[in-house]
Each structure stands twice: as structure tokens, then as C-alpha cells.
Design a protein around this ligand. Structure first.
Ligand SMILES: NC(=O)c1ccc[n+]([C@@H]2O[C@H](COP(=O)([O-])OP(=O)(O)OC[C@H]3O[C@@H](n4cnc5c(N)ncnc54)[C@H](OP(=O)(O)O)[C@@H]3O)[C@@H](O)[C@H]2O)c1
Length: 218
């Protein structure tokens, strides 16, 4: 049982939503998974597997529930999800943005929201009363909780305007198994974290290895 039990809303029931929701639940926190469909089979299966402290609901119900709210939908859907939940549901809260906006229509991955600066900046703009921290977007879902590579945990990278929010995320990351957290500075730097994902995709495709993470070495 953690010292403080957090209430976490996770928006999205895909690979990332399930992984992060499972991470929080495994650490003893209360998690509600939000989805666009009331009958979401993935969310229902997750609640069953995660046990007593897990629940599910609409985006609005999950956002309302969480003192921390995690975005785990395609970044191009973030604004729809904010509209569905209602911006007020995020007021004063820590919002963890794990999303990427990837456009592969040219046959090569590119940033779909570059015109907005980044998905992280867009989210902070539409949620001015929330404290958005970009995090988790630079690794595959399989590494997000208790990452394990032959060289140990890679580095995790974060960006956000609020120092206290980033401190809180850093503490959560330690619990998730990320001892080394690199702070890129304000949410404006989310554009570079999102660009790192494109570089990650090129690297993973070239190496045919999707279990890779970034680590600064010297
Ligand atoms: N997968 C990874 O390894 C990875 C790593 C880092 C970051 N990310 C980023 O994390 C986010 C989630 O990735 P994922 O792999 O978990 O995606 P996913 O498996 O495709 O799941 C996406 C979730 O978002 C929902 N969704 C999709 N389109 C939506 C829309 N227009 N409006 C509302 N909800 C919508 C889906 O609901 P339905 O089931 O109803 O479609 C599902 O619950 C993405 O931004 C992705 O780029 C992924």
C-alpha cells in the first residue's frame, strides 16, 4: 500500500491506457478508466483483471474521479476527449499527457500536430487551469511500467510549466521504475519530446526492435 493512495483517471483503454492504469493499480492507487463507449470491452476486461480498486466510466466520469488525469488516446482526439469530459473536470489537476500525434499518410511517420507546437502545448492551452506534464510518450507501452532492458531502465523525459506538478510526476515515475528523469523544461518543450517519438520510430523500425528506450550516456 502506498503512503498516499491517489485517485487516477485514465482516459483511453488501449495499450497505453491499460499499461498505465495497471501500473497505478499495482502500486495500490485507485484507478478509473474512461472510454468513449459505455460498453467498452477492453475497459471491462481491464477492470476485471485489475481487481478491487479499479473501475470504469465515461471520459467525464474518469476525469471527474481523478486528482490526476492521464491522456492515453491518439493526440488528434485530445480535444474531442476534453469536450466530452468538459474542461472543468480538469481544473486544478495534474494532467499527464502520454499522447503522440503521428501522421503516417506519407508512408513515413511525421508529426500531425506540429502546427499546434505539440499535442502537449495544445492540451495546456485548452486546459489553462490544469497542470499538464508531458511524460511517457517517448517509449513503447511495454516499457512504461517497471521498464527492463539489458542496460537497466532507460531515461524518462518530461516537460511542463509547473515545477510542483513535475516533481509529483517524478515521484510517480520513481514508483513506476524510472530512476532517471530528464526535465526538458516548459510545456513548450513537449514539441521536442514528441519529435523524439518520430526519431524513436525510425530507430525502432531500422533495428526491428520495439523494446528500445532513450538513455543519455557519457
Ligand atoms: N502504443 C505505444 O507503445 C505508445 C507509446 C507511447 C505513446 N503512445 C501514445 O499513447 C496514446 C494511446 O496509444 P495506444 O497505443 O494505447 O492507442 P490505442 O491502442 O489505439 O488506444 C487508443 C484509445 O483511445 C481511444 N480513441 C481512439 N480514437 C478516439 C477518438 N477519436 N475519440 C475518443 N477516443 C478515441 C480508443 O477507443 P476505441 O477503443 O473506442 O477506439 C482507445 O481507448 C496515443 O496518443 C499514442 O500515440 C503510444
Amino acid at each position: 500500500m502506498p503512503k498516499t493512495v491517489l485517485k487516477v483517471g485514465v482516459l483511453g483503454s488501449g495499450e497505453v491506457g491499460q499499461t498505465l492504469a495497471t501500473g497505478f493499480a499495482t502500486l495500490g492507487h485507485q484507478v478509473r478508466m474512461g472510454t468513449r463507449r459505455v460498453r467498452d470491452a477492453k475497459a471491462a476486461a481491464w477492470v476485471k483483471s485489475a481487481g478491487g480498486k479499479a473501475s470504469r466510466g465515461t471520459f467525464a466520469e474518469a476525469a471527474e474521479f481523478g486528482e490526476i488525469v492521464v491522456f492515453a488516446v491518439p493526440a488528434t482526439a485530445n480535444l474531442d476527449v476534453v469536450r466530452a469530459a468538459g474542461p472543468g473536470a480538469f481544473s486544478g489537476k495534474l494532467v499527464i499527457d502520454a499522447t503522440n500525434a503521428i501522421d503516417e499518410s506519407s508512408g513515413q511517420p511525421e508529426l500531425a500536430l506540429a502546427g499546434e507546437g505539440s499535442a502537449g502545448e495544445q492540451l495546456q492551452r485548452v486546459l489553462p487551469d490544469a497542470r499538464v506534464v508531458k511524460c511517457f510518450n517517448t517509449v513503447a507501452a511495454s516499457l512504461m511500467f517497471r521498464p527492463d532492458t539489458v542496460f537497466g531502465p532507460p531515461d524518462m523525459f518530461i516537460a511542463g510549466d509547473d515545477a510542483r506538478a513535475k516533481k509529483r510526476v517524478t515521484a510517480i515515475l520513481k514508483d513506476f521504475g524510472w530512476p532517471s528523469v530528464v526535465d526538458f523544461g516548459p510545456i513548450r518543450s513537449a514539441r521536442w519530446l514528441e519529435a523524439m517519438t518520430i526519431a524513436w520510430l525510425y530507430t525502432a523500425n531500422a533495428k526491428e526492435d520495439w523494446g528500445i528506450g532513450w538513455k543519455a550516456i557519457s
